[in-house]
Design a protein around this ligand. Sequence first.
Ligand code: NAD
Ligand code: GLY
Length: 360
Amino acid sequence: MEGLRVELGERSYDIRIGQNTLDALGGAVKELKASPTLALVSNPTIYALYGERVHASLTAAGFDVVEIIVPDGEEHKELLWVERILTSMLERRLDRKSLLVALGGGVIGDVAGFAASLYMRGIRFVQVPTTLLAQVDSSVGGKTGVNHPLGKNMIGTFWQPSLVWIDVDTLKTLPQREFLCGMAEVIKYGVIWDRELFDYLGREKNKILSLDPETISHIIRRSCEIKAEVVSRDEREGGLRAILNYGHTIGHAIETVTGYIRYLHGEGVSMGMYLEAALSERLGIMKSGGADEVKRLIDDYGLPSGLFDGADATAMVDAMGLDKKTVAGTIRCVLPESVGKVLVNEPVTREALMELLASL
Ligand code: NAD
Ligand code: GLY
């Protein structure tokens, strides 16, 4: 198994990446020296595929496993399910040295991680991400939380996992559309940080789409390295970590105005990445042709890059004004200078955004 470390002083942890490694999870969790009763949080879809193997591995390592199953879907990433997880753990008398294992995509990781951060003022937890998005992004970095009727991801904590255990074989059962959403985040790392990764994604598209294990492990590892580096330098998003929001200012606005039904998150991000590159070009920050280069890679992966028909520019800019990333009314974007190099947290006027959207 390949390993890398997120360096955060006493909150440092390992990310382990391998193939067919779910049966070895129990041994790794045992090394964390926890109480014998442990919570395993998942959803019915993922549990049906991988739950028994994970459960058996944890049991073989000596744990008494309390299964907590949250229904599948973003709409269940809510406080109600945090409370239910906490209640199950209290009923089964988990203590302050107990561990929680989150088996699933970003929804399970976020909601279970949030519950772990609250239980008895915080217990340790292990991320076992099963979507590409969770393997390259959400399982690393310690952002946990749930949605509120007044806004997505508005309630949450920074609470780092104690271990991230990535079995790339779990991607074999992931629906293609979900896989591509993860690819949007991988393309993001190329644009914000690593020209070589960006070129690799163009060159190795066929191997990536056919889930060649070495190629997939490489892009997951490189993505995790970049995220680990960013988070180690700015855990709580005081500055640099906002680099990870590339494509997300416009992407979130697209998700909001289309009611979170039409596009998955990664699709909104891929449109946002092209539009923010186009904005950067219009503002003279990115050299001419740069946005088209970003668009080509997004298109190659069959992700959306243009703006959808009938988009209401005013509604989109209003949505950006209400985003978490907007502070004191100033909308901020990550604007590429070139592939591999970006400006973080650039203030952008409503007028510039309206002109961009009108130009498409
Ligand atoms: P998800 O967790 O909803 O998973 C997508 C779908 O795939 C679900 O239906 C799930 O049951 C299914 N699934 C998961 N693994 C599978 C597998 N191996 N085989 C078959 N089906 C599988 O979605 P996601 O894209 O993983 O995560 C999105 C969430 O992550 C959002 O709530 C978003 O806000 C959050 N997020 C958090 C961070 C962070 O830093 N914490 C970063 C990015 C996104
Ligand atoms: N997904 C953005 C972050 O973790 O900061």
